[in-house]
Design a binder for this molecule. Sequence first.
Ligand code: CS2
Length: 465
Amino acid sequence: MTARLSESTLAALPAEVERPAYARRDARLGVVHLGVGNFHRAHQALVFDALLAAGDARWAVSGVSLRRPAMRDALAPQDGLYTVLVRDGSGTRVRVAGALRELLVAPEAPAVVIARLAAADTRLVTLTVTEKGYDETGPSSAVGLLVAGLAARRAAGRGGLSVLSCDNLSHNGSRLQARLHAEAAALDPALADWIGRAVACPDTMVDRIVPATVDADREEAARRLGVVDAWPVAAEPFTQWVIARRFAGETPPLEAAGVELVDDVAPWEAMKLRLLNAAHSSLAYLGALAGLATVDAAIADPHLRAFVGRLWLQAAATLPASVQAQAPGYGVRLLERFANPALRHRLLQIAMDGSRKLPQRLVATLLEARRAGLPHDAPLLAVAAWMHFCAGRDDAGGELPLDDPLALRLRAAASVPGEALQTVRAMLAIDEVFGDAATEPSLAAALAAALDGLRERGALAAVRP
Ligand code: CS2
């Protein structure tokens, strides 16, 4: 099979395949997305696809890759079309999404990206640049491009913009706003003032489990479409996007496509980070140490499942009062989502970049529960499991990869010879992860006891209370 998914093969797709029911060529580029990867394609892009399908032509997306040309190279020959394979235990729903109308590669053509950010039709910018993306600087970093694009907007006399961070960080919008302000102020204080007035960065909470694409997904897409899609994306059925109602200028009609606009995202974000993402990271490190490969395999283990239940109880006690009552129901839904047998969500994908994920997922809960005198053995063990994982060996002696911006420092600290306490002290000294927790009384000793348990008994035994 060589025919490719594209505008010209769209009409001939099998009837069961959902596809854009609107004239794509009439859609105008109203959104610039920085960091066009699988998560964007299975989440925000589908919201814009729904707006376009409802007849509002303002919301086509210009997708920008910040590093490599791979996404553009895969999707440009397909006119930006790609397949979303929505999987649950009972089967796969196949949908071709049409919102992505332009694909740009920032390092190849930063001026084109800047012009797109400054264009009159551009009304919204969205970002999925991962946790570490907010610290990066330079002309093709997200913050660098945004500041240059906003400067061009201002110079052209255009209005401001809403910029939506869609990464799993606490207060993602305020953080982004602070970074934009700092970078702009270093260039031109008047630009920083203008950004402060004209640009809104509402906090957002995004949720959908979207594994990395594997060859089996390409094969399934080809089988179901009858044409080749070089880069389909698989996802679970569940999807959620909650945004603070704080836009620059007109509020976009996102609610029409299922987005929830709220006054304060913080409780939603805390619940998601401390329940979903915390459990994901815990399963990633404990499960990988135990030699397991995927989330569904890990949650099927009775000891890990019981551990996750304990983690949720302990984390829920640290959540804002307004969402505490929702935590048990949220946990029940999560267990179903994690058990989805069709996703094959790899633990090592989640294990990546732990130094940027742990603070908001596990360390905050651990410290708050400790300081309040509440039970916290579960987040404590999860943090110790991450420390053990960083040493690079699973419980059977097999090698574990460490994919993290701080990999060298983490590996060195996790491999400090001697007692567990020495290792824990070296790890706690990593400021980016632990901040002032290093001085927390008796925390090092408690973590060392947990690490000893993991070293001596292995992950599956150590999780038993
Ligand atoms: C995962 C998230 O890879 C990870 O760190 O925990 O990508 C998770 O799947 C999403 O946040 C779910 O919305």
